[in-house]
Design a protein around this ligand. Structure first.
Ligand code: CP
Ligand code: NVA
Length: 320
């Protein structure tokens, strides 16, 4: 069954759902979201979110997430509110629970970028409307959906595709692992001791992989990991909030740079992905990220299309 058939034949609905981690979803849900994103990429404007408002709470900086969510709402007839925690009362101690209850009376969904997954689940618990994770300390689900959508565009399939994540086993790595496993892909993460993905999340991703004919492996040697890779992925070595550790991270991750030498070990037609923002000559050389294998700007654009699919699915008019 192709993606469009999946969307039109499935009775499945995601209306009202929170999107906190893809561990709460299954392969059918994701296939439906990917099909919807494909349709929305071809047909940008519609009125399925007419009169709807998204509240976007940011505790950290953002370019892609902020702009793509806001533009996505506008393209579907809705509106988005940028709420920086420096300006709203959360910054002065109003509780997350009260904020959730108050915003539930005004807006139709909340996107939250926060420092901790606990705060995100607390907001979702007390909100009567869908809550979408716009990045937290352990997950970045919207990014991962754009990643697998991009891989599908590049490879024409997901099942059996080998994706290798090199570097810091962070929020981006966790969501990529879970979602790729769910879509039947072969995932390998190469990271040094102390920077490997959370073992609990690796275990969950491995369970998901088992149910969906995928696999998840953690390696220390990047040159072994990238053998036969269809996709090589990396992210910054110092995530937002870890700035004090920047120096030791530079040393610990120095052997995990994605460069041309590493690319040569992978398949000839390997694709390079990065969630961005990137630090050239740290986690990736300029020759790779700006070179012929890189699809990072296609990937960044796809944030818009997949997030529109999420929004339309969880808060769109009943028939959308
Ligand atoms: N990739 C990503 O989430 O980018 P921003 O931090 O710019 O939103
Ligand atoms: N791992 C990075 C991703 C930024 C989009 C961070 O959390 O800062």
């Amino acid at each position: 069954m192709n993606l469009m058939d999946m969307m039109t034949t499935s009775n499945h609905t995601l209306k009202g759902r929170d999107v906190l981690t893809w561990l709460d979803f299954n392969q059918t849900d994701i296939s439906q979201l990917l099909a919807r994103a494909q349709d929305l990429k071809e047909n940008k404007h519609n009125s399925t979110l007419n009169g709807k408002t998204l509240g976007m709470i940011f505790e950290k900086s953002s370019t892609r997430t902020r702009v793509s969510f806001e533009v996505g709402m506008v393209q579907m007839g809705g509106h988005a509110l940028y709420l920086n925690t420096r300006d709203i009362q959360i910054g002065r101690g109003e509780t997350i629970a009260d904020t959730a209850r108050v915003l539930s009376g005004y807006v139709d969904a909340i996107m939250y970028r926060t420092t901790s997954h606990e705060k995100l689940t607390e907001l979702a618990e007390h909100a009567s409307i869908p809550v979408i994770n716009g990045l937290c300390d352990i997950y970045h689900p919207c990014q991962a959906l754009a990643d697998v959508f991009t891989i599908l565009e590049l490879k024409g399939r997901l099942s059996g595709v080998k994706v290798v994540y090199i570097g810091d086993g962070n929020n981006v790595a966790h969501s990529l692992m879970v979602l790729s496993a769910m879509m039947g892909m072969e995932v390998v993460v190469a990271a040094p001791t102390g920077y490997q993905p959370d073992p609990g999340i690796v275990k969950k991703a491995q369970q998901v992989a088992e149910e969906n004919n995928g696999s998840v492996k953690v390696e220390t040697d990047p040159s072994i990991a990238v053998q036969g890779a269809d996709v090589i992925y990396t992210d910054v070595w110092t995530s937002m909030g870890q700035e004090e550790e920047a120096k030791e991270r530079l040393t610990a991750l120095a052997d995990y740079q994605v460069n041309e030498e590493l690319l040569r070990i992978a398949k000839d037609d390997v694709h390079f992905l990065h969630c961005l923002p990137a630090h050239r000559e740290e986690e990736v050389t300029a020759s790779v990220i700006d070179g012929p294998h890189s699809a990072v700007f296609q990937q960044a654009e796809n944030r818009l299309h997949v997030q529109k699919a999420i929004l339309q699915s969880v808060i769109g008019t009943p028939n959308s």
